[in-house]
Ligand binder design. Structure first.
Ligand code: 5AD
Ligand code: SF4
Length: 454
């Protein structure tokens, strides 16, 4: 049987990146392999994100452009998966006649059968059925070889926190945790194929296993920490309200667990936090940060912030800046609030204007840059252990591969800071990818560090 070309466009979070890998893997038995370019594709899958309006627009604009390709190539199959697919379902096939299949976040396991049916009978399919069981279809069998140094591993799906601005509980469903045995088996396989670092994914990893009475999240971490050949463990995301002492202990006790936590605070105003249904106050957040730093003083803390939530006043925004200053985050992802379908905040009064949202976002980013640089300056002259992921972006673009001394490599510190470096003169090591190397930090930029191999 001839191989067919599959092109996947992944929009959105790490969970979508992981899902796209599952999709590619699920379609191998149907003889689909990665297409060299979009134009060569026999099947295009767009794995969509609907967390913010912008991401959804990006998906629709790409899908719109595909209609021209379909006209040129009528045999082309086009599929829409992920959160926008789950949210919009039938509306997508109605609005876009060139789309063959819409499949939701729980339908990846059924995708091969659907594609086979489309290939044979050319009819259109919408499958947005959700289930209360986790689909282990490809997680365990027929793993794809992962050629990267790092890999994502989903440990649970869904979310039941219902923050008032967020679509995730609607598009990803109820919280369901994977069986720990399957997770360990998957990570072992990844390590056998060359992966050195895994990031465990869940919308709220702190509640891993509770419902199913599997082990707790810190217990799962302890099991992953035992896996031979694995160098590093990361995880995301942790809800501040559920951050437990046990998890704080893990940062102190587990040698492979990276010293970094992503702990989305969203706002520094208690009034806004209440309206967001976050179930903690700014004070409680600060208390947790302090306790975390008592367990692990070197831990890097990053966060998400939404500016311009309905009803957010200048005074609320100043409270957010205040919290940022008190915590001293290593990095921030800040977003302008956007209305999403079905979520309660969409109906909240006192929407903040686009202009104000933009201004607040810029103020916040400028404010944060000062702290990020300050944090990075603390590393000047220090030696940091870096897991090398490959050539740096700059080197990949202007490569003169005849001069190994000039090769610039890139990797991350345990605290998740990106470091570009050149090798030590005379070093016998040719390929640094996947190696743990000690780097002396010599220069500091706002979002990366430059150094030399010690
Ligand atoms: N508008 C803006 N930002 C949002 N986020 C989630 N929903 C919205 C929304 N409606 C942000 C939150 C979350 C991150 C993944 O996306 O900060 O932590
Ligand atoms: Fe969305 Fe809140 Fe769940 Fe995070 S915890 S996915 S912000 S509902």
């Amino acid at each position: 049987m001839d191989t067919k070309n599959l092109y996947i466009n992944t929009i959105g979070c790490q969970m979508n990146v992981y899902d796209s890998e599952q999709i590619a893997k699920a379609l191998i038995p149907l003889n689909y392999r990665a297409a060299p370019s979009l134009e060569d594709a026999d099947l295009v899958i767009v794995n969509t994100c609907s967390i913010r309006e912008k991401a959804e627009q990006k998906a629709f604009s790409f899908l719109g452009r595909l209609s021209r390709l379909k006209r040129k190539k009528p045999g082309l199959i086009i599929g829409v998966g992920g959160c926008v697919a789950q949210q919009e379902g039938k509306k997508i096939v109605k609005r876009m006649p060139h789309i063959d299949i819409v499949f939701g976040t729980h339908a990846i396991g059924r995708l091969p059968l659907h594609i086979k049916n489309i290939e044979l009978k050319r009819y259109r399919i919408v499958d947005i059925e959700m289930s209360e069981k986790i689909d282990e279809f490809g997680h365990i069998d027929g793993f794809q070889q992962n050629k990267n140094v790092t890999s994502f591993v989903t440990i649970m799906q869904g979310c039941e926190n219902f923050c008032t601005y967020c679509v995730v509980p609607y598009v990803r469903g109820i919280e369901i945790s994977r069986n720990p045995e399957n997770i360990i088996k998957e990570i072992r396989h990844l390590v056998d194929s060359g992966v050195r670092e895994v990031t465990l994914l869940g919308q709220n990893v702190n509640s891993y296993g509770k419902k199913e009475k599997h082990c707790s999240f810190p217990e799962l971490l302890a099991r992953v920490n035992e896996i031979d050949g694995l160098a590093r463990i990361r995880f995301t995301t942790s809800h501040p309200k559920d951050l437990s002492e046990d998890l704080m202990h893990a940062f102190k006790d587990m040698d492979k667990l990276c010293r970094h936590i992503h702990l989305p605070v969203q706002s520094g105003s208690n009034r806004v936090l209440k309206k967001m249904n976050r179930k903690y106050t700014g004070e409680l957040y600060l208390e947790k940060v302090e306790r975390l730093r008592n367990f692990c003083p070197e831990i890097a803390i990053t966060s998400d912030i939404i500016v311009g939530f309905p009803g957010e006043t200048d005074a609320d925004f100043v409270e957010t800046l205040d919290l940022i200053e008190k915590v001293g985050f290593d990095g921030l992802f800040a977003f302008m609030y956007s209305d999403r379908p079905k979520v309660p905040a969409t109906a909240f009064p006192d929407k903040v204007s686009k202009r104000e949202k933009k201004e607040r976002l810029q103020t916040l980013l400028d404010f944060q840059d000062r702290f990020a640089i300050k944090k990075n300056v603390e590393l000047l002259g220090k030696n940091e252990s870096v897991l090398v992921e490959g050539f740096s972006k700059k080197y990949s673009k202007n490569a003169d591969r005849s001069m190994p001394e000039n090769i610039q490599w890139t990797g991350r510190t345990s605290t998740n800071k990106s470091v570009n470096f050149v090798r030590r003169k005379g070093s016998v090591l040719k390929n640094y990818t996947g190696k743990m190397v000690d780097i002396k930090i010599e220069k500091v930029l706002a979002h990366s560090l430059l150094g030399k191999q010690c």
